[in-house]
Design a protein. Sequence first.
Length: 492
Amino acid sequence: MNAPDSQTIMPSPANKAQAAPSTHTSNASPWRVFGVVSLAVFLVSMDGTMLFAAFGSLREGFPLATPADLSWVLNAYTMVYAAMLIPSGGLADKHGRKKVFLGGVALFLAASTACGLANNVGWLVAARVLQAIGAALLTPASLSLVLAAFPQSQRAVAVSLWGAVGGLAAAVGPSLGSFVIASVGWQWAFYLNLPVGLLALWRGATLLTEATQQARPRPLDLLGMGLLIIGIGALALSIVQSESPAWSRHELLSVAGIGLMGIVGFVVWARVASAPLVDLSLFRNPTYRYVNLASLSFSIAFSMMFFAFFFYMNSIWHYSLPLAGLAITPGPLLVTPVAALSGRLASRHGHRPLLLAGCLVYAASGLWFLLVPGAEPAYLTQWLPGMLLSGIGVGMVMPSLSGAAVSRLPANQYAVGGAINQAIRQIGSVMGVVLTVLLLGSAGLQRVDFDAVYLCHVGLALLTAALCLPVNTRPATLVKPNDSDASRETTR
């Protein structure tokens, strides 16, 4: 059997005090804590994809805006969310997970109200930026609260279910959004957050408890954050505007060059800064490194699939928005039960078997969409099987990636390590939206136009499977003594 990752599984005696979870819930059961944080996580994840269904309504609501302009309603949120997740994880670990969680929920709700009141695209994008900051504050804190609430033996199941909540919400977002938007307008895609968010805020304030934080607060790496936002934003802009007559090739290449310089500068700065936004030493762990690369590729595929779904339903089969929302529902309904079963299996055998099998199932769903559905509607025979395959694949892969990313981290790095993984997933989501707009953003779509999207879907799923081959999160009891010795030697 292979040796476990070079990241030590158990903290050394000298580090036990530091590694112990600083947040505890002595007066509440772990599952009650899980329920509170899941409400907020569900809202954040759902909000990230609900506007896929609103793209057409936003076009009607803002007729002077181009598709590229409206894509920033999605991408401004996703990019700021990605850039802010990592410093937010550090704030949660150092200043208090309950405090940061509740502050993030409050800001998310206030920004959701501002989004619903927006009367122009600029206002809406600005409100989405604030919404993204609130979402970034609460997400890593929520994972830390879950990890700290459960004993080690139950964490694989808990983290899988935490990931399943996010995966289910992201998958449900387009279908629920289609009903809400068609019934009462795109503004209610944001107002819908208020009652559930207020419940999470109230229950979190009364239920969650928090120990005193002993570690010194980590300074905020503003330069690193700026470089990351510039890098991702410039690359996304160059792709979105690649077919726009308002931008010359020279200008697009210049913007893409700025983006690449921003990413390279971010990596260089992270290597020399005393308190960088991303601690690159985390990536010395092979499992952590490959899980994050796999998260990037799978998030691109996931985002492309769901965004392309509404283009197909509206442009090829001419479904109404509520009917399209109903058509997408069966896949998401499978995510949670599959994730719950996957978590139990991962606690016994590690995450790699689930990741490999799930990626193959997800690739099969992309192959189905590529080869089977035609120009004439035939939902039960041509679309439903692909949706069921995709739901099973997402339920196996997405929660397992979240669980594998934090499975070998010490407790004092729960939020930061999990936040890096979530940030990389959001970067993938940005890239997926940008590529889908590039491939399908023009008017007069034909069935053949979707072939490139589904080929990307299949290729990215297989790439994710290949990246998951080095992942090793098997429980320590399954590791041979000689393997453990080799791991300790590698760690030294």
